[in-house]
Write a protein that binds this ligand. Structure first.
Ligand SMILES: *Cc1c(COP(=O)(O)O)cnc(C)c1O
Length: 448
């Protein structure tokens, strides 16, 4: 049976973000999960060291979440949100606005983080049109930013690899530098923060009249390598957006729902976004629900007689899916009853200590962490911060070694991402970090 499924996977599947030649050499098929571990079809167990790509909160097969879905199934699985609503989607909307930054009072559902960002972009664009400033059509995107893989989301992203391929399909956006302290000239958080804010202000001064919105990940740039923004930066961006009358779209898809030790990472800096995208942890990692939050001011710019053509023209077949919303509601109940956010803030101190130990390795150049969102940047030379040549695929090799040792993650270039499920006990990260350590040591000892 096992061999048969593997053959089928090689014959028929095309996997996301995967060079299929790599997959064919190292196939992996997950069959079940329990707590913070998943099991493959051969019965081998792995720590879910990246929360199944940054989603999982309470571990797998969480009883309450399983039951919430079963209970909802007894009523209905799905009905549309076009022109009507359903019970769990409505209840969830209320709960979401209670936990989100207070200026965000409206929620618009979709099925993935990329869509939540597309929706925010379209809302920002149409907002200015609806209020009679149609000249504000452009966007500011952050260098190294990542907001998902649809064309709009990639257009406000800035990851060289993707732009190299799909660049001609994108709409143009202004790119603003973002402080990447480890690789900045000064290496000083305050200086690199201030330099970037200064450059952003120049850009805004010159172009604000044509700019609809700025999009930015919240506190941590995830996909480009877990780059944590220095204190004061996100708040500084907020101030500039306000001063120059540009909407601020904050992407909390990775950082939202407790991942960084706050319910939403923008709380670290008391930032109130105008639009905010969230997804990933919203259902505890169970079902594809995402959400775009908007302020009442933005909502009202679309509210009028139909003939005024201010309606927001966007929607997906499965928007507001009952099963997804029901499990999201139960997930958020668990956040409260199990005090997840505070727990993450506490436990991440222990993780910090564990990662310091990793930092001592001869090829670990930088450790970055905010809550349970961590990355270890592997370099060829710690003294000069010189990276390994990309074609050595050191990060990929480390992840394969970790897999062999019983832990899953996905590297971001040569940054090893470590995002344990939020409900991991204080001890579980210890076992996971020791696997990372062994894998990094073993792989780097073979490279020159
Ligand atoms: C994962 C991610 C997205 C895209 O979400 P999908 O659900 O994969 O479409 C967008 N923004 C950030 C910051 C992310 O980490």
């Amino acid at each position: 049976m096992t061999q048969n499924v593997i053959e089928k996977s090689k014959k028929h599947l095309w996997l996301p973000f995967t060079q299929m030649k790599d997959y064919d050499e190292h196939p992996l098929i997950i069959e079940s999960g329990n707590g913070i571990k998943v099991k493959d079809i051969n019965g081998k167990e792995y720590y879910d060291g990246f929360s199944s790509v940054w989603l999982n909160v309470h571990g797998h097969r969480k009883k309450e979440l399983d039951e919430a879905i079963i209970k909802q199934l007894g009523k209905i699985a799905h009905s549309t949100l076009l022109g009507m609503t359903n019970v769990p989607a409505t209840e969830l909307a209320e709960t979401l606005t209670e936990i989100s930054p207070e200026k965000l009072t409206r929620v618009f559902y979709s099925d993935s983080g990329a869509e939540a960002m597309e929706i925010a972009l379209k809302m920002a664009f149409q907002y200015w049109k609806n209020i009679g400033k149609p000249e504000k059509q452009k966007f500011i995107a952050m260098k190294n930013g990542y907001h998902g893989d649809t064309i709009g989301a990639v257009s406000v992203g800035s990851i060289e690899l993707f732009h190299h391929v799909y660049g001609p399909l994108m709409f143009d956006s202004y790119k603003a530098a973002i402080p990447y302290v480890y690789r900045s000239e000064s290496g000083d958080p305050v200086q690199s923060r201030d330099e970037c804010l200064y450059a952003l202000e120049l850009l805004l001064k010159e172009h604000h009249h044509e700019i609809a919105a700025l999009s930015i990940e919240s506190m941590v740039q995830g996909a480009s390598g877990m780059i944590v923004m220095p204190a004061g930066y996100l708040a500084g961006v907020r101030e500039l957006c306000t001063a120059y009358d540009v909407l601020m779209i904050v992407d909390e898809v990775a950082t939202g729902f407790g991942r960084t030790g706050k319910m939403f990472a923008c709380e670290h800096e008391n930032v109130q976004p105008d639009l905010m995208a969230a997804g990933k942890g919203i259902t505890g990692g169970y079902l594809p629900i995402a959400v775009t939050f908007a302020t009442e001011d933005i909502y009202h710019a679309f509210y009028d007689e139909y003939k005024e053509q201010k309606t927001f023209f966007h929607g997906h077949s499965y928007t507001g899916n009952q099963l997804g919303c029901a499990v999201a509601l139960e997930n958020l109940r668990l956040f409260e009853s199990e005090n997840i956010v505070e727990q993450v803030a506490q436990k991440s101190k222990k993780v910090h200590l564990l990662l310091q130990d990793l930092h001592a390795l001869p090829h670990v150049g930088d450790i970055r962490q905010l809550g349970f969102m961590c990355g270890a940047e592997i370099v060829q030379s710690k003294e000069t911060k010189r990276p390994y040549p990309a074609d050595r695929r050191v990060g990929y090799k480390v992840s394969l070694k970790m897999r062999e040792l019983g832990m899953l993650t996905r590297p971001l270039g040569d940054v090893i991402a470590f995002l344990p499920p939020l409900a991991s006990t204080a001890e579980e990260p210890e076992a996971m970090v020791s696997i990372m350590k062994e894998a990094i040591q073993e792989v780097t000892s073979l490279e020159h």
